[in-house]
Design a protein around this ligand. Structure first.
Ligand code: PLP
Length: 391
């Protein structure tokens, strides 16, 4: 079919530059080991922090929900697609997060989009960390408010932007709780101090902190003892929670406003019963099986120390996201390919996801990995590093 020639040209260009990527299908369930291209490899690239994608309690809850309620809801939440279980889950989430209310969206991506695009007008300003997630950037693009970007986790830069923003009605500071490419944590205590000084609101996107940081995985706000001082917490149900979805934990006022104005909430069908039931069971698992989070952090310490002992640079990570900094984009992909030959699946991340020359292998260990698997993975990193003369 004609009409797509200009797109094909761009794709060909990407192939020439080596930035064109094929999707890599798994031939097994997600887990610490997965099957790819007929080969069993150690998985170090998933966001399945606690191994909940195949936790028996979540699977049981999902199967029961299908049998009792079917596979779909047949409507958006605001017309005929709100099930009692959707509301019960939101109440459970709000209690878990120590907030007045919680509202679930179809994904973390649409949560950011829905919140940012609806609550800000031309009277307001958003002040955003330069390394925030694409869904925050897109949410901001949809608003008519003034937009200011501060240097990554730089409090002097944030203060300058706040100083320039005094005339606006609502000043909203927005930041990732954990930054997904470097694994560093936003300096929330300092951000809260500044926000309180300037009368600004704070929105934290805890996609990589939900189930990972804070008591029972409540996130970065709880981790820093800041419950009640951050206005909007966004979380995902798609990473450590193991299923699918996003939520905002906030005030009753913002929840009610989003039910009327949050466009993805209004115009996209609600979660199937299996999704909601599995997410609900996941919160019980967070509360009743804290040993999973303990194991995640033990594994993270073991693996990070092993990589550093081998001489790899793991950057500024403070979380189970451990990048192995390589530099050159092509070498980064070669290293990933070499790791695969050695039995490890760890994807390279290069420009434009990270700056040019800051290519890295991003690893995430999970609670499911055994010490033996991690030891095996470290040996693979050593062999691949030697093959490419990186050590
Ligand atoms: C993954 C991610 C999202 C999107 O979450 P989904 O539930 O996968 O849509 C949003 N924000 C950040 C910071 C993320 O890492």
């Amino acid at each position: 079919m004609k009409g797509f020639e200009y797109l094909q040209e761009e794709l060909d260009q990407m192939k020439e530059e080596g930035t064109f990527r094929e999707l890599i299908p798994l031939e097994s369930p997600q887990g610490s080991k997965v099957s790819i291209k007929g080969k069993e490899v150690i998985q170090l690239s998933s966001n399945n922090y606690l191994g909940l994608t195949s936790h028996p309690r979540l699977k049981d809850a999902a199967v029961k929900a299908v049998e009792e309620y079917g596979v779909g809801t047949g409507s958006v939440r605001t017309i005929a697609g709100t099930l009692a279980m959707h509301e019960a889950f939101e109440e459970k989430l709000a209690a878990f997060k120590h907030t007045e209310a919680a509202l679930v969206f179809q994904s973390g991506f649409t949560t950011n989009q829905g919140v940012l695009s609806s609550m800000l007008t031309d009277k307001d300003v958003v002040i955003s960390d330069e390394l925030n997630h694409a869904s925050i950037i897109d949410g901001i693009r949809l608003t008519k408010c003034a937009k200011k970007i501060y240097k990554h986790v730089d409090m002097k830069s944030l203060q300058e932007k706040l100083e320039e923003s005094k005339e606006y009605r609502t000043k909203l500071i927005v930041t990732d709780g954990v930054f997904s490419m470097d694994g560093n944590i936003a300096p929330l205590p300092e951000i809260v101090e500044l926000a309180e000084q300037y009368g600004a609101l704070i929105m934290v996107d805890d996609a990589h902190a939900s189930g990972v940081l804070g008591e029972n995985g409540r996130g970065t706000v709880n981790h820093f003892g800041l419950d009640g001082r951050v206005h909007i917490q966004v979380g995902t149900l798609s990473k450590a929670i193991g299923v699918l979805g996003g939520y905002v934990a906030t005030t009753k006022t913002l929840k009610e406003y989003l039910i009327h104005k949050g466009r993805p909430f209004l115009f996209s069908t609600s979660h199937p019963p299996a999704v909601t039931a599995a997410c609900d069971a996941a919160i019980d698992v967070l509360l009743e099986e804290p040993e999973l989070m303990q194991k995640l952090w033990d594994n993270r310490a073991f693996f990070k120390e092993g990589l550093e002992n081998l001489g790899f640079d793991t950057g500024i990570s403070e979380t189970p996201i451990t990048p192995v900094l390589i530099g050159d984009d092509a070498v980064t992909h070669q290293f990933s390919d070499e790791l695969f030959k050695e039995g490890v699946f760890a994807q390279g991340i290069v420009f434009p996801t990270v700056p040019k020359g800051k290519g890295r292998i991003r690893t995430i260990v999970t609670a499911e990995h055994s010490k033996e698997e991690l030891q095996e993975a470290l040996q693979a990193f050593e062999r691949a590093g030697n093959t490419l003369n990186l050590l």
